[in-house]
Write a protein that binds this ligand. Structure first.
Ligand code: ACO
Length: 300
């Protein structure tokens, strides 16, 4: 079925390891969406204008929506979202490394939109063709929204880059801080990526981590030029023969530290998530009671 490029659907037979791999990846993806609301949520009350505030609020809400589609996709594999959230809160399931970095200035909203959502699109568009139907379909709408997010980030940075010298410096500083962590989003290099070979054979992943990272760099370099900003990599050079932008070494030790919980904001992000979950218990209880009442009425 997979070899014939057909979709696997929830009721089809599937190998247990295929199911487990999907639960792992989709859960990590869903967790990233909801933890990813925090770095930007941090700026909602401090947006420089009402227009910017409305746009940012809508974007953060979109991310909550992406989390919901993805938890629903995971549930088609026989897990419960409550169980997945417990694993996240206990530090037993991962979320993207990128959301463990702080958002220090307003320009970070631009850099996140342009680079982080840009990287997310490059990674996620191929997932619209993933072998598991519910995950592939969830990704179609997510990618459309991410592409809007990326454009708004580009526009924020363009505005700052062409503003006062202070604004330009703020935009440059944000890009300098977000560039390398964005490249790390694609995961470890292919020769150190334990899951890639199998996930590619199963067509969950259609391209390797390094292939997608290269695609992202090739896309970002001309966009940085259009923004009037530079990328913080002295080794960046055009390889005429290969038709690619070559980039310098990535600090994989930093990536490993962030993955093991020692990034700049890991503890803060998880604490905030657990607190929000506990504070929201009454909402879940009320929703459950309401659903039970409605079901009882429908039966009567
Ligand atoms: N952040 C956190 N963990 C990561 C990252 C990252 N950037 N990259 C890789 N990892 C983890 C993997 O989950 C895996 O951990 P595990 O085996 O303990 O679960 C380990 O590092 C080794 O990596 P790989 O073997 O390369 O793992 P995989 O084949 O799953 O590839 C990738 C990683 C590319 C992130 C893949 O899971 C994927 O495409 N996921 C869907 C996209 C996604 O989750 N995006 C979230 C951020 S985008 C956003 O929300 C805006």
């Amino acid at each position: 079925m997979v070899a014939a490029d057909e979709r696997v659907e929830p009721r089809d037979w599937m190998p247990e390891a295929y199911r487990r791999t999907l639960v792992r990846q989709i859960a990590q993806h869903a967790h990233s969406e909801i933890i990813g609301m925090q770095p930007e949520g941090n700026w909602v009350t401090r947006a420089p204008s009402l227009r910017r505030k409305a746009i940012l609020l809508a974007k953060v809400q979109d991310e909550a929506g992406h989390g919901l589609y993805l938890y629903s996709a995971a549930e088609t594999l026989g897990v419960d979202r409550a169980e997945l959230l417990d694993l996240l809160h206990a530090g037993r399931q991962k979320y993207s490394s990128i959301f463990n970095y702080p958002t220090l200035t307003w320009a970070d909203m631009g850099a996140i939109g342009w680079l982080v959502d840009g990287a997310a699109i490059v990674n996620q568009v191929p997932i619209t063709r993933c072998s598991y139907g519910p995950y592939a379909r969830a990704m179609v709408r997510i990618c459309k929204e991410e592409s809007f997010h990326q454009r708004q980030g580009f526009e924020v940075l363009h505005h700052l880059s062409h503003g006062t010298p202070e604004q330009h410096a703020m935009a440059q500083d944000a890009v300098d801080r977000w560039w390398w962590p964005s490249l790390m989003m694609f995961g470890p290099p292919d020769d150190r990526s334990p899951n890639s070979a199998r996930s590619m054979a199963w067509r969950i992943k259609r391209f390797s981590n390094d292939e997608l990272r290269q695609r992202f760099v090739d896309m970002a370099v001309p966009q940085a030029q259009a923004l009037g900003l530079t990328l913080p990599d002295p080794d960046l050079r055009w390889d005429e023969e290969a038709g690619h932008w070559r980039y310098g070494p990535i600090d994989w030790d930093e990536f490993a530290r962030v993955l093991t919980g020692d990034g700049p904001c890991n503890a803060q992000r998880l604490e905030h998530r657990v607190r929000a979950h506990e504070d929201g218990a009454w909402v879940r209880e009320a929703a459950t009671a309401y659903a039970q009442k409605q079901a009882a009425r429908a039966r009567a």
